[in-house]
Design a protein. Structure first.
Length: 279
C-alpha cells in the first residue's frame, strides 16, 4: 500500500484486539449527506444545453485503516481510528454478485489469499467498476471528466458526450478504466464502458472478471445530489448482471490529491486476514 500504511499488514495480528471490525467496511456517504440535509430539495442546476449540471466535488474516499509502527508501539489511524468510527458507521450492505459455479471457486480462492492476490493492495489501479463513483466531475456540453483521489493514487476518466461511438480499432488495448462514451437519456447521463482489462477485480474479496466485462453507469442529478448506479455484466463468469447504487452529495470543500501509493507490504505478511475497502 502507500507509504503511510507500510506496516498495516505486518502489524495487523498485533493490534486486532484494539480495532473494531465494524469500522473496516464503512464508508462516508452518510456522513457527507449529513453535511447537506436539504440537498435533494434544492433546485437542480442546468447547463446551457438544458442537461443537468454535474460539476462539483461529490465524494471523498474514506480511505483505509492505517497501522504504523512508531518506536516499539503501533499507532492506529485512518478508518481504524475511534473518531472515524463515530463519524462513519453506516455500512452499505451491497448485494454480492452471483457467480457461476466454477468461477465461484476461483473467487473463494482469491478471497482467501486477498492480501497477496488483490492488485490494489499492491498499488495497481482499481479499474472500473471498482473505482466507484466519481469524486469530482468537470462537466462541459462535449465531455465529462471524472476525477478520483483513491488510496491507490489519483485517477481520471474522460467521457465524450458528443455522440461518438466506441473505438472500433482492433489494436486498441484493454485498459484498467476501459473505453467510455456517454449519452443522455432524459436527465440521466449514461456511461457505457467496454475494453476493460481482466487484470482488475470488480470489488474486494476476489471478485474477478473476464475480458467480456461490460459496465454501464447511470448518473442523475437531483438537487444537490447525484443518484449513481453501476451495472456490471460478464456472461463468462456471472449468472446475471450485478448492480450497485450510491447517493452522492455535493460537498463544500475541494478534492485533495491522493498521496502516492508505495507497496511496502509484500514479503511481510503474518496473516491472510483482510477487510473490505468499500468505495
Amino acid at each position: 500500500m502507500r507509504s503511510q500504511v507500510a506496516n498495516r499488514t505486518l502489524a495487523l495480528a498485533a493490534v486486532t484486539f484494539a480495532v473494531s471490525p465494524g469500522v473496516w467496511a464503512q464508508t462516508n456517504y452518510a456522513a457527507e449527506a449529513a453535511k447537506n440535509p436539504s440537498a435533494t430539495s434544492k433546485p437542480t442546476p442546468r447547463m446551457a444545453d438544458g442537461h443537468p449540471d454535474l460539476n462539483g466535488v461529490w465524494h471523498h474516499f474514506f480511505g483505509i485503516g492505517t497501522i504504523q509502527k512508531v518506536g516499539d508501539s503501533f499507532v492506529v489511524g485512518g478508518a481504524f481510528s475511534p473518531q472515524s468510527a463515530a463519524l462513519y458507521n453506516t455500512p452499505l450492505r451491497d448485494p454480492k454478485p452471483e457467480y457461476k459455479p466454477e468461477p465461484a471457486a476461483k473467487v473463494k480462492s482469491l478471497s482467501d489469499n486477498q492480501v497477496k492476490e488483490d492488485p490494489t493492495l499492491h498499488c495497481m489501479p482499481p479499474g472500473v467498476p471498482r473505482l466507484g463513483p466519481p469524486h469530482q466531475i468537470v462537466h462541459t456540453p462535449k465531455q465529462a471528466v471524472f476525477l478520483y483521489a483513491d488510496n491507490t493514487g489519483n485517477e481520471w476518466r474522460v467521457i465524450p458526450l458528443d455522440g461518438r461511438p466506441h473505438s472500433t480499432d482492433p489494436e486498441t488495448a484493454a485498459t484498467y478504466n476501459g473505453d467510455s462514451v456517454g449519452h443522455w437519456e432524459g436527465d440521466t447521463l449514461v456511461v457505457d464502458v467496454t475494453r476493460l482489462t481482466d487484470e482488475t477485480w470488480m470489488g474486494d474479496n476476489g471478485l474477478f472478471h473476464s475480458r467480456k466485462l461490460h459496465v454501464t453507469e447511470r448518473l442523475r442529478r437531483v438537487g444537490d445530489t447525484i443518484q449513481y448506479q453501476v451495472t456490471a455484466e460478464d456472461p463468462e463468469v456471472l449468472q446475471k448482471p450485478w448492480t450497485l447504487s450510491r447517493t452522492l452529495t455535493l460537498q463544500p470543500d475541494a478534492l485533495e490529491a491522493a498521496a502516492p501509493c508505495v507497496d511496502k507490504d509484500a514479503g511481510h505478511y503474518v496473516t491472510l486476514e483482510h477487510h473490505d475497502n468499500t468505495r
